[in-house]
Design a binder for this molecule. Structure first.
Ligand code: CTP
Length: 476
């Protein structure tokens, strides 16, 4: 089989082959590495399957490298892994496993594992394109071993299982999500029989751990066009189980000739738009969640039409729960997404005429360091099919950005720190922590944001004295 390898990959693989031949243990490249090399995609890891003890082979391979890599192994699974340094400072990971046949029980993912042949091992893999092997053995080195014509499916851009799909999915229901993930990443289609099986077995995703589901979901979100995968998740029935809040975005309603757009497809479009300008997973999550509060806030106002008042606030409040549900870290990134969801309508409201500096200042203050991300989200949120409208909205945002630049240059609000802190106020007036300190601090902030005083220490100090006097406070 002709595949193109880098010099480093060539050397690594030849060394693995040498160790296997010294041990007289047949070994094969298998799975994702073979698939990706045939497709010409970059890879940073390879799986080796051998007819024998994978852990022993890993140790023998490690011996042939200088410096000798550490062998991490899992006796229970019979797998071992070594990490080899690459010239760019990263690592190439090689995983070793003895060829196995496995069978799973209905209710559990814990397989019963027995040694098997290469063909048996290939049979239990997820998709034909992931079941191809390449021999590392002296007599047929480099030969493609492809019993399920994965090469044909690669060319035809089809994802299908080697066995009856219901059997393959019952071995590991996560594979239903993997099918959709690969179809999205590679821009392949899923064979009808395989897709039907996903629809039929979607409920079994419930036995898979949330961490594994989230991992696949994030990979879909990181694809060039995540919308393709999200729609497949929806059609397959998986999305209603793993993300019912997103399914609730589906649908259009029409009353008295007044309708609204389908928020599900709008959301997909926004994600695809943002995917064109950033690889940041969290911004893609922000796009995914920006309208998540719409179903809960939908109202019909007679004579006016459908409204979603407050959906940005309701949506922002839903973010921590959704993050917890996906077992995503409840950290700064989550808070950033919450903020972006809450603020996503604000730049639009600034595109009207006669916007005051103070409104611009408030947005800069509220968005802080996330202002650029917010503008990316707002641009992506323009999904009108009317090209002129799109042009007009984009121009409006450019104007808002211009205004923000002007105000920012004047007032430096982006990383705004109050010129007088709560501690300063307590010290100056001899106050304990409490309500009055907060009132003075808030008054200073409001005065700066409203443009009543400039953003300087001196002006803030004078203003503080005034405010304090109105509260019967004098400096000590
Ligand atoms: N595999 C499988 N069923 C799974 C997971 C993995 O059959 N649920 C097999 C496939 O043959 C797959 C190989 O194990 O090619 C390696 O799995 P993994 O590293 O998860 O995926 P890759 O195919 O390497 O792709 P990626 O690196 O993009 O995840």
């Amino acid at each position: 089989m002709q595949i193109t390898l880098s010099n480093t990959e060539e050397k690594i693989i030849a060394t693995i082959a040498k160790a296997a031949q010294q041990m007289q243990m047949p070994a094969f490249l298998i799975g994702g590495f073979v698939r990706d090399k045939i497709l010409g995609r970059p890879t940073k890891d390879a799986d080796i399957v051998c007819l024998g003890d994978g852990i022993k082979l890993a140790h023998a391979v490690a011996e042939l490298f200088q410096p000798k890599p550490n062998v991490a192994y899992f006796k229970n699974f019979g797998t071992a892994q070594i990490k080899l340094p690459l010239p760019d400072g990263s690592f190439f990971e090689v995983e070793f496993v003895g060829a196995r046949k496995e069978s799973y029980t209905e209710q559990s993912r814990k397989p019963k594992v027995m040694a098997g042949t290469l063909a048996e091992d290939q049979l239990r893999r997820d998709f034909t394109i992931n079941a191809m092997g390449i021999s590392l053995n002296a007599d047929d080195y480099g030969m493609l071993l492809d019993p399920f014509t994965g090469i044909h499916d690669l060319k035809a851009k089809i994802i299908q299982t080697p066995l009856d799909p219901l059997q393959t999915f019952s071995d590991d229901p996560l594979r239903m999500m993997r099918a959709i993930r690969f179809a999205t990443q590679l821009n392949f289609s899923i064979a009808p029989k395989t897709f039907d099986a996903i629809q039929q077995d979607a409920h079994r995703i419930k036995i898979v751990s949330q961490e594994r589901i989230t991992d696949e979901f994030n990979k879909i979100l990181l694809a060039t066009k995540p919308g393709i995968g999200l729609e497949m998740l929806s059609k397959s029935g998986l999305l209603s189980i793993i993300f019912p809040q997103m399914m609730a975005l589906h649908g259009v309603e029409n009353i008295d000739g007044m309708g609204h757009k389908d928020n599900f497809y709008h959301t997909l479009q926004v994600i695809d738009n943002i995917a064109e300008v950033t690889d940041d997973l969290w911004l893609r999550w922000a796009a995914l969640l920006h309208d998540i509060g719409k179903p809960a806030t939908k109202r019909f106002e007679p004579g006016h039409g459908f409204t979603f008042h407050g959906h940005e606030v309701v949506g922002a409040r839903m973010v921590p729960k959704i993050f917890a549900q996906f077992k995503l870290p409840l950290n700064e990134k989550m808070r950033q997404i919450k903020k972006l969801v809450e603020l996503h309508l604000r730049p639009i409201s600034l595109t009207k005429e006669n916007i005051t500096d103070s409104a611009i200042r408030r947005l800069l203050f509220d968005a802080g360091n996330d202002i650029d991300a917010l503008m990316l989200l707002c641009n992506a949120d323009i999904t009108s099919k009317n090209k002129q409208k799109v042009q007009r909205y984009l121009q409006n945002f450019e104007m808002v950005k211009e205004r923000m630049k002007e105000v920012e240059e004047k007032d430096h609000l982006r990383n705004w720190q109050p010129p007088l802190s709560g501690e300063d106020i307590m010290r100056i007036f001899g106050l304990p922590p409490g309500r009055k300190v907060g009132m003075i601090k808030d008054a200073i902030r409001e005065a700066i944001l409203d443009g009543v005083i400039p953003n300087t220490y001196q002006a803030a100090y004078a203003f503080m004295l005034q405010k304090a006097a109105s509260l019967n406070l004098q400096p000590i």
